[in-house]
Ligand binder design. Sequence first.
Ligand code: NDP
Ligand code: 8X3
Length: 249
Amino acid sequence: MKQIALVTGATAGFGKAIATRLVRDGYRVIATGRRRERLDALAAELGPDLLAFELDMTDAAAIAALPGSLPEGWREVDVLVNNAGLALGMEKAQEADLANWQTMINTNVTGMVELTRVLLPGMVARDHGHVVTLGSTAGTYPYTGGNVYGATKAFVRQFTRNLRCDLLGHNVRVTNIEPGLCGGSEFSTVRLRDPAKAAAVYEGTRPLLPEDIAETLSWIIALPRHVNINEVEMMPTCQAAGGLAVARG
Ligand code: NDP
Ligand code: 8X3
């Protein structure tokens, strides 16, 4: 019997690479996101082991109704991949757009915890499951303009750690993957709303790629059931944490 993975944000970037990888690894995958046509294209490419399921992570009612909305045979999710998320803007906090902050919090934090809360009881009842979240190095290392985006990823990290405490005694694993600079996704285009500026983020670098994240996740969930990888921080070789800043008068 194939395991079922639900991957949020499977219309682009990491989520698309993860969904593709997991179908090839032998999972049945529920691929979610807002852009229906992309989900349908993925289903056409990957076949019957991929279920396209439109889901907006800011729609609390749709998330609450999710288990009952899934077709028969797709309701017992073994692996939840909390991948959907975004950064909006690079402005300093004092200049940032409050609506952008709210969208990041609603998607990266609120939607993510709601979906996790909806799927966890089934995993606990079946004594089998794995929740994998996409954190970020931005949740650990501050940078100018990272303000609320980084804070949402710090939330993701601590939420993951606290889930491990609550789930102790159950065979439900929890992992946070925290990548640094990663190209090949729409992340910077969404954040900067300017393809040229987005391309400049990766100029002269060899960043991580979505397939590197998918490879890491594939390894983590394939490990024997008694092994829980708590968190993985990963950066491209061309990146390292920077130093502290000083303002000189
Ligand atoms: P992309 O922009 O390529 O993909 C983001 C995905 O999230 C899309 O599939 C999008 O689907 C989905 N999404 C965004 N908002 C919503 C929403 N309201 N409801 C449902 N789905 C939504 O970004 P990445 O693949 O790069 O990023 C994936 C995750 O990894 C994010 O959580 C990001 O913060 C994190 N991350 C990214 C890094 C990077 O450098 N790229 C590094 C570290 C972490 P749709 O628009 O169709 O709804
Ligand atoms: C994405 C990595 O450094 O752009 O989470 O915030 S960074």
